[in-house]
Ligand binder design. Structure first.
Ligand code: SME
Length: 205
């Protein structure tokens, strides 16, 4: 039985093959310990990033495995923010704003404490909701009305999360590097949010 700390990253390993393990083992036993299989999977969780395409392919599979069958939106956003924050390089903020009664409200994230409420149409996040389109900003200083939660941020990617024609919220990624996000990042993150959207709407699939 592998101990949690003995896990060795396995490059090229795929979640798809093992996702059943994660789902079956995701509940602690009577003694509070997670089954060994679950721990093994957790500590083998290493995404091979030979190319950006491979990185997003692996992230998609990992997000699927982490959120499949789970209907709790906060839990799914929290794990998505952690996963993206850990595996996408050069980010200083990774997280979610949720649409609550007509405005964006801070959700689970990784990074510095951030502004709590953003009106639709304000900042990069509000622009994503107002337009219904991803905002990819190479230089946040050149974006009118950008809201600076972390002075280190230089570029930003905000993806609307849409389910049944409704915007549930946005994924917000910040980077200290100007021009950090390209079209491949945009497509990769949009695909991640397409996967996640029904799992934030109480539809555990
Ligand atoms: N920069 C965002 C605000 C959120 S923080 O970056 C976390 C914006 O302009 O909407």
């Amino acid at each position: 039985m592998p101990s949690p700390k003995s896990g060795v990253p396995v490059h090229g390993w795929r979640w798809q093959a093992d996702r059943g393990w994660l789902r079956r083992g995701a509940t602690a036993g009577d003694d509070g310990a997670f089954p060994a299989r679950y721990i093994r999977v957790m500590y083998q969780f290493d995404i091979a990033a030979g190319s950006k395409a491979e990185l997003y392919h692996d992230l998609q599979a990992a997000l699927d495995a982490l959120t499949a069958g789970e209907a709790d939106a906060i839990a799914n956003m929290a794990n998505a923010a952690a996963l993206i924050g850990q595996y996408l390089p050069d980010l200083n903020w990774s997280g979610f704003y949720r649409m609550v009664e007509g405005e964006l409200v801070l959700g689970p994230f990784q990074g510095k404490a951030a502004c709590i409420r953003i009106p639709v149409g304000k900042g990069v996040c509000g622009a994503a909701v107002a337009t219904g389109e991803t905002q990819r900003v190479d230089d946040v200083h050149a974006f009118p009305g950008h809201i600076a939660c972390d002075a280190a941020s230089r570029s930003e990617l905000v993806v609307p999360i849409v389910h049944d024609g409704q915007i549930l919220g946005v994924l917000d990624l910040d980077s200290p590097m100007p021009g950090r996000f390209d079209a491949e990042d945009q497509a990769g993150c949009e695909a991640l949010m397409t996967l996640l959207a029904p799992r934030l709407a109480g539809a555990a699939g």
